[in-house]
Design a protein around this ligand. Structure first.
Ligand SMILES: C[S@@+](CC[C@H](N)C(=O)[O-])C[C@H]1O[C@@H](n2cnc3c(N)ncnc32)[C@H](O)[C@@H]1O
Ligand code: SF4
Ligand code: SF4
Length: 312
């Protein structure tokens, strides 16, 4: 059975980021996993999991009774993680810091203009006020290490990566993890490889200068990234299909946190164990990294075990 679950509580969003578009039709609370369903999942599986990450295609902190979901999580001895756009209530983030949860704030730009384009209609100044206040709270509690920025690299923000490293330091966030956008134009990385590799070098320098712990992919567009901040990606080695599972808001069960759309089954039709051991999951694993490998997995830039490496 998996030990790590990614749970999509909300498949709806208050922002409309161009690389995602989940929020293009505005917020729709019909696309939220009901609390009773979450409780049932917790009762059935949480004692098997060591980690639960709240993520998915949407923004969990929008859920009006998000506190009740956190209450359920708090009743299990699991490591909780949240990926968020940073527009949620500050009180919720502080509560999560107090409970020892890891928070990853998505942050893709250093200039207000680009931020407004990539995180429309949010404004850098407003989100910064929230994140910085959470960072001060964490620092006062000696828990800054729980906070991370998550930078999704796109053609539009390549040149802002180093400045976001500096911004992380300014805001009191000790770690920045680089994720690479999967876009309909899957050749963008090839075309911009030189620019990206230069941006990685600049970011690596900035990280050393500012004392930020930076996680860069060690391979980009099939080129080696030989920098101190480079970490092995899932393109080299990936154990996700044997360790983790994604439960979407509608109970679809999928492969991994990279939004690989391959679906093993649905929890309303079969129990998790039979989905996990079923023919679709088996076919995914059998073909993994072989000639019939899922296209999402080729060149995958996912950097796993960041927290283990951070402590190591
Ligand atoms: C889909 S969001 C969900 C959580 C929350 N709404 C947020 O933005 O942090 C999770 C992460 O996926 C990233 N993301 C969005 N579109 C992506 C894409 N096309 N390829 C890779 N990552 C993407 C976001 O930047 C964010 O860091
Ligand atoms: S905030 Fe997150 S879920 Fe919402 S549109 Fe942006 S990336 Fe997608
Ligand atoms: S998409 Fe990436 S993280 Fe997910 S299973 Fe494939 S290689 Fe692993």
């Amino acid at each position: 059975m998996p030990t790590r679950a990614i749970i999509e509580l909300a498949n709806t969003c208050n922002l409309d980021c161009p690389m995602c578009r989940v929020g293009q039709h505005g917020v729709n609370f019909n696309r939220v996993m009901p609390l009773a369903t979450f409780r049932r999942i917790a009762d059935e599986f949480f004692s098997d999991f060591t980690e639960v990450r709240l993520n998915g295609l949407g923004e969990s902190t929008l859920i009006p009774d998000f506190d009740r979901y956190l209450d359920i999580l708090a009743s299990y001895p699991i490591n909780v993680e949240l990926i968020t756009n940073g527009t949620g209530p500050e009180r919720l983030y502080r509560r999560m810091v107090d409970s020892g949860a890891t928070l990853l704030f998505s942050w893709d730009a250093a200039t207000p203009e680009l931020f407004a384009t990539l995180r429309r209609p949010a404004a850098l100044h407003d989100v910064r006020a929230i994140v910085q206040s959470v960072a001060s709270h964490a620092a006062a509690a000696g828990r800054s290490q729980l906070l991370h920025l998550l930078f999704t690299l796109l053609p539009a923000n390549i040149h802002e990566l180093a400045a976001v490293v500096a911004l992380a330091a300014d805001m009191g966030i000790p770690t920045l993890v680089v994720n690479v956008a999967k876009l309909p134009d899957d050749q963008w990385m090839e075309r911009r490889a030189d620019d990206c590799l230069q941006a990685f070098t600049d970011a690596d320098d900035a990280a050393t200068r500012c004392g930020v712990r930076l996680f860069l992919p060690d391979t980009f567009a099939q080129r080696a990234v030989s920098l101190p901040s480079a970490s092995p990606t899932a393109a080299t080695r990936c154990d996700r299909p044997w360790r983790e599972i994604v439960i979407r808001w509608d109970l679809d069960v999928q492969v991994c946190n990279m939004f690989n759309p391959y679906t093993y089954g649905n929890l309303s039709r079969a129990p998790l164990r039979s989905i996990w051991e079923g023919a679709f999951a088996d076919a995914f694993r059998q073909n993994f990294k072989g000639p019939a490998c899922h296209p999402y997995c080729r060149g995958c830039a996912y950097i796993g075990d960041v927290y283990a490496r951070k402590q190591g």
